[in-house]
Ligand binder design. Structure first.
Ligand SMILES: *Cc1c(COP(=O)(O)O)cnc(C)c1O
Length: 420
């Protein structure tokens, strides 16, 4: 028995499913979990001493690579000053100022501990600001595990919804409307019928949690117009794309700015940080100035803030984004002729679709258009890659990430393992 197997046996006794987040179980790729001992640069080492080039990168936060020296040193120095004060401190101020001075339309930031928390508080803020209860979300987007967001499209009418998890109250389901991505007419219809009760529409502007499903800019523009016309707020969930596509995320790349943005992942550089940000007149409705309650014992933890500050500091001049795009183009070239693999890529986020229908064709923009054989195909691809020393995201629907620590050789290793 390997050490990973031994540890998993023990873990299953005291931890539900042996893991603290379901996708880590590796069930989606028909394997038992690997227990990781350490990470450095683009490499992961498991407890059995196996080394892998990592393309999961902790599901997104590690844009500079694992154990980046600037982040490591800043965190070590922060630890030396104590690691939690439950009081105001200046590191979170510096991080907030770094963000607001660089991203013009963002005037105010509230830090929390995760993307889920950021979304949960953004929804409360939108409901308070509009005096409405309804939330419109999109099939194929993930916004964390708050009740209101674990809701998918029902089978019947436009906008009907069903819970994606047990334990979601019926009242919460009835306040959530779900539309398909890439379907302007359906969104228009939903606003025409129920626009007056929609507090906010929330969307991942580049959906990256059900594969990578890039949206037409016109679809997002039309959504923004509908929100404005009907007095609803637009929330961009940029938990993955923020500070990754560009410093200012999708909003910077597209010029399309939401009323509220949620961040997570990269913003904490691998530590638990999320944020709600946007216009001052909205954000000031949070307690203590406003009536929207929002709080956290560990919010803006100084060690986590320090890691975020060091990470964002390394991204400010834009050089990392140029390098990531170069690596991405290498990946495009190397996978262009790979049999049985389609690639969708957006900057440093990429999605490997293992399908016999690999002739290209139109960009896949909705869950419904994902090839039927992709889930099964990915099981084989993941295992083959793992045996070849490459750790892919452990689910057919999770995207892969490039980091500043990856090299052309790493991309070659990935491509070699994709080829059958
Ligand atoms: C990861 C993610 C979340 C949830 O963030 P957690 O930190 O896992 O709670 C929310 N929205 C999007 C778009 C995400 O990718």
């Amino acid at each position: 028995m390997s050490r990973s197997e031994e540890l998993f046996e023990r873990a299953r006794r005291v931890i539900p499913g042996g893991v603290h987040s379901p996708v880590r179980s590796l069930r989606a790729v028909g394997r038992k979990p690997l227990f990781i001992e350490r990470a450095d640069g683009a490499m992961l080492t498991d407890v059995d001493g196996n080394r892998y080039v990592d393309f999961c990168m902790a599901f997104g936060p590690m844009i500079l690579g694992h154990r980046h020296p600037a982040v490591r040193d800043a965190v070590a120095a922060a630890l030396d000053r104590g690691w939690s004060f439950g009081a105001a401190e200046a590191v979170s101020l510096e991080l907030a100022e770094t963000i607001t001075s660089r991203i013009e339309w963002v005037e105010s930031v509230r830090f929390v501990n995760s993307g889920t928390e950021a979304v949960m508080s953004a929804l409360r803020l939108a409901r308070a600001a509009t005096g409405r209860d309804g939330i419109l979300k999109f099939e194929g987007c993930y916004h964390g595990h708050a009740d209101a967001m674990l809701i998918g499209a029902g089978s019947g009418l436009a906008g009907s919804a069903t819970a994606d998890s047990a334990g979601i109250p019926a009242g919460v389901v009835s306040d959530t409307l779900v539309a398909p991505l890439d379907d302007d007419a359906r969104v228009q219809q939903i606003f025409a019928e129920r626009g007056a009760r929609i507090a906010a529409a929330i969307i991942e502007p580049v959906p990256a949690n059900c594969g990578l499903l890039p949206q037409r800019l016109e679809f997002l523009r039309s959504l923004a117009r509908l929100c404005r016309r009907h007095g609803a707020l637009l929330i961009f969930d940029e938990v993955i794309t923020g500070f990754r596509m560009a410093f200012g995320g999708f909003a910077e790349v597209s010029g399309l700015c939401p009323d509220i943005v949620t961040w997570g992942k990269v913003i904490g550089g691998g530590f638990p940080v999320g944020a709600i940000a946007g216009r001052r007149d909205l954000l000031r409705q949070f307690a203590p100035d406003g009536a929207v309650y929002q709080a956290g014992t560990l919010s803006a933890n100084p060690v986590a803030m320090t890691a975020g500050l060091a990470t964002l500091g390394a991204l400010l001049d834009g050089a990392v984004y140029g390098r990531l795009e170069e690596l991405g183009q290498d990946l495009d070239t190397m996978l262009a002729d790979a049999a049985g693999i389609r690639l969708q890529r957006c900057g440093s986020m990429f999605w490997l679709i293992a399908t016999s229908d690999d002739e290209g064709g139109p960009v896949i923009r909705t869950k419904a258009h994902i090839p039927q054989d992709a889930a099964q195909g990915y099981v084989g691809l993941f295992r083959r890659a793992l045996e070849g020393g490459v750790y892919l995201p452990p689910s057919p629907y999770e995207v892969g990430f490039l980091s500043a620590a990856h090299s052309r050789t790493d991309i070659e290793a990935l491509a070699a393992n994709c080829a059958r």
